[in-house]
Write a protein that binds this ligand. Structure first.
Ligand SMILES: Cc1ncc(COP(=O)(O)O)c(C=O)c1O
Length: 443
């Protein structure tokens, strides 16, 4: 089927509830860092399909594992008849996460159902009804996970009333007006406002946070923020939960975003890249947080042998191909390249990130910092036309998200920077067809 036919059929039969579209891309095949569309054109992919394809597309070791596993044991419902892959993966995840206390693992299929696990089980486990999370956060689209979320994508729905949302410590747009004392200001707000009013600490089960707030705009908190949050949680015996669905498993240049600090979360939520493209998510947590009863949060195909076999092999590949090291080094190189672009284009207000989780925030000018959403959409669209896939995020829809496969090379970064440079130049010289850009709703 050619691209036009595919897209018009897709428009007819696929629900808009499942769509975030930036341009008329289709995918026919993919390998490594490149995706091929139905016309045979090849694109360098800086999205990794929303940060899923961390080891690149079509890794031969995963293909082989899946074939072997399907032939040996295509399925068993782990809820009732367990097999070894699920247990081995749980043991591996327990070893990888910090904390010498007793831990257990829960498995699901998406970041959403894993965060739903947190939303359901934590209040029960802690016998405290309330939860705290952050404005701008994206934890998922199921009712529990959307209740924890604070992103415009969930704003049409009224989530559970037990969650209070805090301003995320955004150094570029500080919620209380100052960047220097951002950590102190947010801590003060929690203790002096939130704890005294809507979420008393003795009734607060957990604080849920993304170590880098991803869909909120790739926001990196000040260095002292997450350690201070951990201290605060310890002081009030509140569980600290890290949602590592997007930036976990090597993307930031360490296994987890919280590994950049001396932090031991009470629970870690994983998804996206865990299954190398297969749907699997996990919560690794203190045993007492997950063992609140039999069969209280389960799905028939949870932890199935194909997804867990893929995940085990995926973790080995990340380690053996030294992809975390690559993410750190090439990520730094990428950021330098983007900072070079920032010197040339006034619209680039901020370049930030860690490893290969990078955000490029576009503004109308650097003084007003007015979010440049249309320009962001135009840049992403033009990059697509020029053979580069990038998506945008942010509560103002003005942050280009760079989350490529962790296998990306310096040469590919050079290609990406050259294409982005061209796109900015085309924008400056009005060579982008804004009519076409506006056909796509984005998000
Ligand atoms: C940090 C984070 N948590 C959870 C989710 C939800 O994951 P899923 O789309 O697999 O349900 C996302 C998705 O973007 C995410 O970025």
């Amino acid at each position: 089927m050619n691209a036009n036919d595919l897209l018009s059929q897709d428009a007819k039969v696929i629900s808009n509830a499942l769509k975030i579209r930036f341009y008329p891309m289709t995918a026919a095949s993919a390998s490594g860092t490149r995706v091929i569309d139905s016309a045979g054109k090849s694109y360098l992919d800086l999205s990794a399909g929303w940060a899923v394809a961390s080891i690149g597309y079509g890794h031969p070791r995963i293909a082989q594992k899946l074939q072997e596993q399907y032939q040996t044991l295509s399925f068993t419902t782990q809820l009732t008849v367990p097999e070894q892959n699920m247990v081995a993966l749980a043991e591996r995840l327990i070893d990888m996460t910090p904390g010498s206390f007793a831990k257990k693992v829960w498995f699901g299929h998406s970041g959403s159902d894993a965060n739903d696990c947190i939303a359901k089980l934590l209040p029960l486990a802690r016998n405290r009804a309330r939860m705290i999370s952050f404005m701008g956060s994206y934890h998922g689209q199921t009712m529990g996970s959307l209740s924890l979320s604070g992103h415009p994508a969930q704003a049409k729905f009224i989530g559970s009333g037990n969650v209070v949302k805090l301003p995320y410590p955004n150094p570029y747009r500080p919620p209380f007006g100052e960047t220097e004392s951002l950590t102190a200001q947010v801590m003060h707000y929690i203790e002096q406002e939130v704890f005294r009013t809507v979420s008393p600490p003795e009734d607060t089960a957990a604080i849920v946070i993304e170590g880098i707030q991803s869909d909120g705009g790739l926001l990196v908190p000040p260095d002292d923020f997450l350690p201070a949050l951990q201290k605060l949680c310890a002081r009030y015996e509140i569980s600290l939960i890290f949602d590592e669905v997007k930036v976990g498993l090597g993307r930031t240049g360490k296994w987890f975003s919280f590994n950049h600090y001396d932090i031991v979360p009470d629970a870690v939520v994983l998804g996206k890249s865990l299954g190398a493209g297969l749907p699997i998510s996990a919560v690794v947590a203190r045993e007492e947080l997950l063992d609140v009863g039999y069969g209280v949060h389960m799905f028939t195909t949870s932890g199935n042998p194909l997804c867990t076999a893929a995940a085990l092999e995926n973790l080995l590949i990340i380690e053996q191909e030294r992809l975390i090291d690559n993410a750190a080094k090439v990520g730094e190189y990428f950021r330098q390249g983007l900072e070079g672009l920032q010197e040339r284009y006034e619209w680039i207000g901020d370049v930030r990130g860690r490893g290969l989780a990078i955000g490029v925030e576009l503004v109308e000018d650097r003084v007003s910092k007015t979010p440049a959403a249309e320009k962001t959409a135009a840049i992403c669209y033009r990059c697509y036309e020029l053979g580069l896939l990038v998506f945008y995020v942010g509560i103002h829809s003005n942050v280009i998200e760079i989350t490529p496969p962790l296998t990306i090379s310096r040469e590919e970064v050079d290609q990406a920077i050259a294409i982005m440079d061209q796109a900015f130049q085309d924008l400056a010289e009005n060579r982008i067809d804004m009519g076409k850009v506006k056909e796509y709703a984005g998000w």
